[in-house]
Design a protein around this ligand. Structure first.
Ligand code: 5GP
Ligand code: MN
Length: 337
């Protein structure tokens, strides 16, 4: 954020406002962590702040401080609409295009509130008056930390806020291993521990609370893994029947795609998962090095994300999606070798 924008936000937040904070649909650790941290901060500054999420999120995030107060648009539409209508300020976090909030988009587009975006994805849309968009950032949580620091309020960070930000940085960096994890990220993490984030408790709450059925679903996914050697690519499939067989719960497939990338020499990993409610295939894409899955998802699967982590969808059957995917790979043979 430049000086003028920081000034602008300072003025905007000088007096108590009605604020709605929105994460993307199917929110992950960074989306929930960043919105909660910001919400706690804004409340501390005497604003009337509330989070409205497009829909629910995985069980492993449901210990986070303040989480139970998050309003879900899909199950509490009337209340959500009222909150949006009364908002003077809307923060959108961890996404940069209103299409990423799904069914909530028309209601949010119609709002006359002042929009503030905090996000680290590529190619931001132009809907926010104040835009803190930086694709070099590890996570939106790291940006929320910076945002609070820009406003001179690091001293206001409570253990609750610290835990929320720690969680999002941890999940979005694959536990501090991805390239965007800088020395600055580690310094912020150190500050968050000083401010009361309990690193061991948080790691345990996120990663060591598996159900047996999830572990079995992982086993099934790994059995379905296919290696396309000539493209240094792997893909995993999970069908609707398999999801049902292993009692699928939201978030159960989180991280599965990364197992593909752990194979020696693999540069591109994909997971295709049939949607349980509607006839489409959701995909998660991961890569190593310069191969941009963001561009791949944008060009072929109506998606996007980051260079090394992106998502998209296919309206074809699983079978046709795989045929199509393999065909498309031919054009990327050089890039993947
Ligand atoms: P995941 O594969 O973990 O769902 O998402 C990886 C990254 O890509 C995340 O940063 C996520 O926000 C983004 N992403 C996932 N699905 C989509 C999509 O359909 N469209 C866009 N633009 N981004 C996506
Ligand atoms: Mn993120």
């Amino acid at each position: 954020m430049n000086e003028a924008e920081i000034q602008g936000v300072q003025i905007l937040l000088q007096t108590p406002q009605n604020i709605v904070i929105i994460p993307h649909k199917n929110p992950d650790g960074d989306a929930i962590g960043s919105t909660l941290a910001l919400c706690h901060y804004l409340k501390k500054r005497k604003h009337n702040a509330v989070i409205v999420a497009p829909n629910d999120y995985p069980e492993f995030l449901k210990w986070m401080p303040g989480e139970s107060e998050i309003v879900k648009f899909d199950s509490e539409q009337e209340r959500s609409e009222t909150l949006l209508k009364n908002a003077n300020v809307i923060f959108t976090l961890d996404f940069n295009d209103l299409s990423r909030i799904g069914e909530m988009e028309p209601s949010v587009s119609a709002c006359e509130a002042t929009f503030v975006m905090i996000d680290h994805h590529q190619q931001p849309s132009d809907y926010a008056k104040f835009m803190y968009s930086d694709t070099s950032m590890s996570s939106t949580c790291e940006m929320v930390y910076n945002f609070i620091a820009f406003l001179g309020d690091e001293d206001l960070i409570t253990p609750e806020m610290a835990s929320c930000m720690y969680t999002g940085i941890m999940t979005d960096t694959g536990s501090f291993r991805f390239k965007a994890t800088t020395s600055k990220t580690h310094r912020i993490i150190a500050n968050l521990i000083d401010k009361g984030a309990e690193n061991d408790t948080i790691h345990n709450a996120i990663y060591d609370t598996n159900s047996l059925s999830r572990i079995h679903l992982l086993g099934c996914a790994l059995k379905n893994l296919v290696v396309l050697e000539e493209f240094n690519t792997v893909y995993i499939t999970i069908s609707k029947e398999e999801l049902q067989r292993y009692d699928f719960k939201k978030g159960d497939t989180e991280g599965f795609v990364n197992y593909g990338l752990s194979l020696k020499g693999i540069k591109f990993a994909a997971i295709f998962i049939e949607n349980l409610q509607e006839p489409y295939v959701k995909m998660s894409l991961r890569s190593k090095g310069n191969f941009s899955v963001n561009e791949f998802a944008r060009a072929h699967f109506n998606g996007g994300g980051h260079t090394n982590a992106a998502g998209g969808r296919s309206d074809d059957s699983m079978e046709d999606t795989i045929v199509n995917f393999t065909k498309i790979l031919n054009a990327y043979k050089v890039a993947l070798n």
